[in-house]
Design a binder for this molecule. Structure first.
Ligand SMILES: O=P(O)(O)O[C@@H]1[C@@H](OP(=O)(O)O)[C@H](OP(=O)(O)O)[C@H](O)[C@H](OP(=O)(O)O)[C@H]1OP(=O)(O)O
Ligand SMILES: Nc1ncnc2c1ncn2[C@@H]1O[C@H](COP(=O)(O)OP(=O)(O)OP(=O)(O)O)[C@@H](O)[C@H]1O
Length: 491
C-alpha cells in the first residue's frame, strides 16, 4: 500500500468492537484496524506501536501454533499520514453506532494494523468480482468448567453464556435472551449445531453477522438496531443457494434458504482445512466435564419429550471449532482456581517489580512465550513459575472465548472448482470456502480481577433470579430472605 497516497474517500466504515475500529477499502480486499481508547486517556505513539506489535507477534508466534497457519491472519503494522487518519475519523464518525462512541479511534499515533478483508477474502483466486458471502460467529465459551475449584454447583450444570444472558437482559444490554447455547454449537452433533445456528439467526446479538460482498446484511449494527428479518435475508441469499431461480417465494422458500444456510455453516465449521503445531497438544479431553448445558433450550426440549440423554458427536480434530475449544480449555482451573495464583504473581511483582519484563507479562509474545504455555500440569508446587504459567494459559483461554470465526463462501461451478480448494455442496449449488479466526488480541493480565468479580456477579444473579424462580423451594427461600446473603436451615 502506498501510504503517501492514502485517500480517505477510498475507505469506509466497516465495524468495531470494544477495543478496535475497522475500516475497509472500497476496491481492494484489505481493512485497517485502529485501536480505540476512552476520551482523554490517549496513549503515546510509542505505547500504541508497542500494543500493535504485541498483537501482531501474538497472532504470529502463539495463536498460529494453536489454530494453524491458514486460520490466523496476523496482519502487519502500517504507519499512516496523520492528516489521512484525522480525515478518515471525521468521515466515518456518523456511521458509528452510538453504543460504541464511549471510546475514540486513535488518531494521534498514525499507526494501525493492515489485514486482509475476511468478509471479501477470495477463496478462488483466479476469478475476480465473484459474489461472496461471509458469516461471522462469536461462539463464546463452549465448555462447562470441570475444575474442582468451582464453588457453586450451578457452574457445573449451566454454561456461562446461558447464565450471562439473564444478567445482560436485566442490565438492558439486550432486549430478549437468546436461545443460543455454545455447548450445542461445539457439540459436533449436527442436530444440536443446527439448533444453535437457528437460535443465532433468531437473536443475533453480537454473536452473528452476515456480510454479502463485504456489506453487512444481517446482524446488529448497534445494540438497539438489529436486523433479523428472515425474508429479507432469504432475498439476499436466494441467488447464492438457488442460482437458477427455481424456488418460488414465500415462507416455504425462506425456510428452505435458511436451512441451506445452516447446512453450509455446519459443514464448513466441521471441515478440517489446516494443521497446526499444537495439534497434538491435548489440553484436556473434550469428554471431561459435562457435554451439555441444562439451560439450553435444545436440552430442555429433549427433557420435555422424555429423553434425558443428549447425544454428542465429537468434533473432528482438525476443524476450527475443535481448535477453538482446545484453546479455551487452557482455562483448566476456572477463574476461582486461577485467582489465588494471580494473587501469588501479584505479590511477587510487588516485591520484585523489575521482574515483570523477564516474566513476559506484557510480551514479547515470541517463541519462548509459546514454549512456556505447553506445560499443562495442574499440580501446584507453590512456585511463582507455576502460578505464572496458569495465568498466561488462562489469558490465552479468555482470548479464545472471545474470538470470532469467519466463514467466507464463494459460489463455483463443478468444472471450476480447483482440487486445492475445499468445497461445500448444497442441494442446488456449490461453494468454495475459507474459514478464519479473528480478534485474537491477548486479554490483558490486569483483567483477571474483573473476570473474578464478573463471574460471581453472573452466577449470583442467575441463582437469585432465574434458578430460584424455576425451583419453587429455592424461590420461597429467596423471597423470605430477600436481604440476607446467607440462608441458614435447621437440620
Ligand atoms: O466478559 P464477556 O464474556 O462479557 O465478554 C466481553 C464481550 O462481551 P459479550 O459477552 O461477548 O457481549 C465484549 O463484547 P462487546 O463489547 O459487548 O461486543 C468484549 O469482547 C469484551 O472484550 P474486551 O474486554 O473489550 O477485550 C469481552 O470481555 P472479556 O471477558 O473477553 O475480556
Ligand atoms: N480482518 C477483518 N476483515 C473483515 N472484517 C473484520 C476484520 N477484522 C475485524 N473485522 C470486523 O470488525 C469487527 C470488530 O473487530 P474486532 O472484533 O477485532 O474488534 P474488537 O474491538 O477487538 O472486538 P471486541 O469487542 O470483541 O474486543 C469484527 O466483528 C468484524 O466484523
Amino acid at each position: 500500500m502506498e501510504v503517501e497516497k492514502m485517500d480517505e474517500n477510498e475507505w469506509k466504515y466497516h465495524g468495531e468492537g470494544n477495543q478496535s475500529l475497522v475500516v475497509s477499502h472500497c476496491q481492494r480486499c484489505v481493512v485497517l484496524r485502529f485501536l480505540k481508547s476512552p476520551p482523554n486517556q490517549n496513549k503515546t505513539s510509542e505505547e500504541i506501536l508497542h500494543h500493535l506489535q504485541n498483537i501482531v507477534d501474538f497472532g504470529k508466534h502463539v495463536m498460529k501454533q494453536f489454530f494453524g497457519e491458514n486460520y490466523v491472519h496476523h496482519g502487519e503494522i502500517i504507519q499512516l499520514p496523520l492528516d489521512f487518519v484525522r480525515q478518515l475519523c471525521l468521515k466515518i464518525q456518523p456511521e458509528r453506532p452510538e453504543s460504541r462512541c464511549d471510546k475514540d479511534m486513535d488518531t494521534l499515533s498514525g499507526y494501525a494494523m493492515c489485514l486482509p478483508n475476511l468478509t471479501r477474502l477470495q477463496t478462488y483466486c483466479f476469478v475476480e468480482h465473484r459474489p461472496i458471502l461471509c458469516i461471522e460467529i462469536k461462539p463464546k465459551c463452549g465448555f462447562i468448567p470441570f475444575s474442582s475449584h468451582v464453588s457453586q454447583e450451578i457452574k457445573h450444570k449451566v454454561c456461562r453464556y446461558c447464565m450471562h444472558q439473564h444478567l445482560k437482559v436485566a442490565n438492558g444490554k439486550w432486549k430478549r435472551p437468546s436461545k443460543y447455547c455454545p455447548l450445542d454449537l461445539f457439540s459436533g452433533n449436527k442436530q444440536r449445531m443446527h439448533f444453535a445456528l437457528k437460535s443465532l439467526l433468531q437473536e443475533p446479538q453480537n454473536n452473528l453477522k452476515i456480510f454479502k460482498n463485504g456489506e453487512l446484511i444481517y446482524g446488529c449494527k448497534d445494540d438497539q438496531d438489529c436486523v433479523s428479518d428472515w425474508n429479507e435475508l432469504a432475498r439476499h441469499l436466494k441467488p447464492f443457494f438457488f442460482p437458477s431461480n427455481g424456488l418460488v417465494s414465500g415462507p416455504h422458500c425462506t425456510r428452505t434458504i435458511v436451512k441451506e444456510l445452516i447446512h453450509v455453516i455446519t459443514m464448513t465449521l466441521l471441515s478440517s482445512t489446516d494443521a497446526c503445531r499444537a495439534g497434538d497438544m491435548k489440553t484436556v479431553p473434550i469428554s471431561q466435564g459435562r457435554s451439555y448445558c441444562e439451560a439450553s433450550a435444545f436440552n430442555k426440549e429433549l427433557v420435555r419429550n422424555g429423553k434425558h440423554k443428549l447425544e454428542s458427536s465429537d468434533l473432528p480434530r482438525g476443524c476450527l471449532l475443535y481448535k477453538t475449544l482446545q484453546a479455551q480449555m487452557l482455562d483448566m482451573l476456572d477463574i476461582e482456581g486461577l485467582h489465588p495464583l494471580y494473587s501469588r504473581v501479584e505479590q511477587y511483582l510487588e516485591e520484585f517489580p523489575e521482574e515483570r519484563s523477564t516474566l513476559q507479562i506484557d510480551g514479547p509474545y515470541n517463541e519462548a512465550f509459546y514454549e512456556k504455555l505447553l506445560d499443562l500440569s495442574t499440580e501446584d508446587d507453590g512456585t511463582v513459575a507455576f502460578a505464572l504459567t496458569k495465568v498466561q494459559q488462562y489469558r490465552i483461554a479468555m482470548t479464545a472465548k472471545d474470538c470470532s470465526l469467519m466463514i467466507a463462501l464463494s459460489p463455483c461451478l463443478q468444472d471450476e472448482c480447483s482440487e486445492q480448494r475445499p468445497v461445500v455442496l448444497t442441494s442446488k449449488s456449490r461453494f468454495t470456502f475459507s474459514v478464519s479466526v479473528l480478534d485474537l488480541d491477548l486479554k490483558p493480565y490486569e483483567s483477571i480481577p474483573h473476570q473474578y468479580k464478573l463471574d460471581s456477579e453472573i452466577v449470583n444473579y442467575y441463582l437469585k433470579n432465574v434458578q430460584a424462580k424455576d425451583d419453587p423451594v429455592m424461590s420461597t427461600l429467596f423471597k423470605e430472605n430477600e436481604d440476607c446473603t446467607l440462608v441458614l436451615h435447621k437440620v
